[in-house]
Design a protein around this ligand. Structure first.
Ligand SMILES: [Zn+2]
Length: 303
């Protein structure tokens, strides 16, 4: 079964939470109000285990099997896939494992993923206070989101986030790797690379800020065709090209934006892993491609 097929069986909506009845007990109303201000999980139990213990086990299993990496300093940004964990979790883990030295340093994660369920212009921020995960609630960085308020390409739209998996699947990895962080989640629709890069510039920060871009690569090609196309896409990332197409990567828009910003900041991309669902848990007749990249700031003090 291919990962995108799973999406249709989930239909949790934030809008339905807001229609909860009003109770006469003010304590119950307060709890309802608080829960309505948290985005619930949409794909727990399908893309990844719904309960904390087996979820932690699976994430740790992936992380423990990542090969040692030669880089001595941690990345400023990573590009990671967002399929069900059995398909792409092992690939994503290669990037997340690099965050070990940053456990107590990173306080803010800027997480950009493409929309899969609705078309939208620009980048959509949620209005909620937090995102739920089986490993606990992740608070949003309201101060960081407020800095985006006057950008014409950024709007607030919870519908873009309600069923979206491209951001949610990264929370358990981040929660496993980082001690205490706030999230800036943006669902990316129709936007230029410059639009996305402008948003990233506002949020760039220093060592306390990690940028995570969520994308899969080719979709439903034969195994050899996918290998060929994904190798071309990987090279485009390594060359910091900003014209990756949506046939190459569903997250092409946030990827192009990150790569444009990476040029300005002199980031150096490294390919950590490149596989597809035929290598992990799927058959080889039609596959989805996955890659993990790290982008490094070459700071002398970090060596
Ligand atoms: Zn996708």
């Amino acid at each position: 079964m291919l990962p995108l097929i799973w999406i249709s069986i989930q239909c949790i909506s934030l809008l339905s939470l807001r229609r909860l009845p009003q109770y006469t007990n003010p304590e119950i109303n307060r709890e309802i109000h608080m829960s309505a201000n948290i985005r619930p999980t949409a794909v727990a139990g399908t893309f990844y285990p719904a309960h904390a213990a087996p979820l932690l086990d699976q994430v740790r299993h992936f992380l423990e099997r990542t090969p040692p990496h030669k880089q001595v300093h941690p990345p400023k940004a990573i590009i990671v896939p967002h399929a069900g964990y059995i398909y792409s979790g092992a690939i994503a883990a290669n990037a997340y494992a690099l965050l070990r030295p940053l456990r107590d340093t990173i306080r803010r994660v800027v997480l950009l993923g493409p929309v899969h369920h609705m078309s939208v212009r620009g980048l959509a921020a949620p209005s909620v206070a937090a995102f739920a995960s089986p490993l606990g609630t992740v608070m949003l960085d309201q101060a960081a989101l407020a800095t985006l308020a006057n950008l014409r390409q950024v709007m607030v739209d919870d519908r873009c986030h309600a069923r979206e998996h491209s951001l949610e699947v990264h929370l358990p990895f981040l929660q496993s790797m980082l001690e205490d962080f706030k999230l800036v989640p943006l669902a990316v629709g129709d936007a230029s690379a410059a639009d996305v890069a402008e948003v990233l510039e506002r949020l760039w920060g220093g060592d306390e800020t990690l940028i995570v871009v969520s994308s899969d690569l080719s979709h439903y090609l034969t195994y050899p065709a996918a290998q060929q196309r994904d190798a071309t896409t990987a090279q485009a990332v390594l060359d910091l090209r900003t014209n990756i197409s949506h046939e190459q990567a569903c997250g092409a828009t946030p990827m192009n934006g990150l790569l444009l910003a990476a040029r300005h900041h002199g980031l150096r991309p490294v390919l950590l892993d490149l596989r597809n669902s035929g290598d992990t848990a799927g058959d080889k007749s039609r596959v989805v491609g996955y890659a993990a990249f790290a982008l490094y700031e070459d700071k002398p003090h970090a060596h």
